[in-house]
Design a binder for this molecule. Structure first.
Ligand code: SF4
Length: 121
């Protein structure tokens, strides 16, 4: 059996990899080869550290928890669509100028879309 910290680390990676769908906690225990008692302890610990959230749901006729990561690693895909990368106005764009990141609609829309994808508002 891996050390407790290792188990938490592996569990967190599995939950993060589950993405927006999350993972039923019993599936996590199976992947960790841990008992339900040890698995519950790990998920409570991750939740208390603010790394995951648990939502109660019925699975196969029984109440359980689905575990979701609170944060997702930033993917390079999101950066590739950043509008400044291909913007012809980059040389003229500056804070306080007539062309500025603080007033740019393209940048604003990109940030809003990024926020909505990550569950923010
Ligand atoms: S903030 Fe807007 S205007 Fe400025 S470089 Fe980025 S996309 Fe272009």
């Amino acid at each position: 059996m891996p050390r407790r910290d290792d188990l938490e680390h592996v569990a967190l990676q599995i939950v993060i990899n589950s993405g927006r769908e999350g993972i039923i906690q019993s599936d996590l225990w199976r992947k960790l080869d841990a008992s339900s008692r040890e698995g519950s302890r790990v998920s409570l610990k991750l939740e208390s550290k603010g790394l995951i959230r648990r939502e109660k749901e019925i699975s196969e006729g029984r109440w359980t928890y689905r575990l979701y990561p609170k944060r997702q690693p930033i993917s390079i895909d999101s950066v590739l669509t950043q509008p400044c990368l291909l913007c012809a106005l980059v040389p003229k764009c500056e804070f306080g100028g007539s062309i500025s990141p603080t007033t740019c609609e393209l940048l604003r829309n990109w940030l809003m879309e990024l926020a909505s994808k990550s569950g923010g508002t």
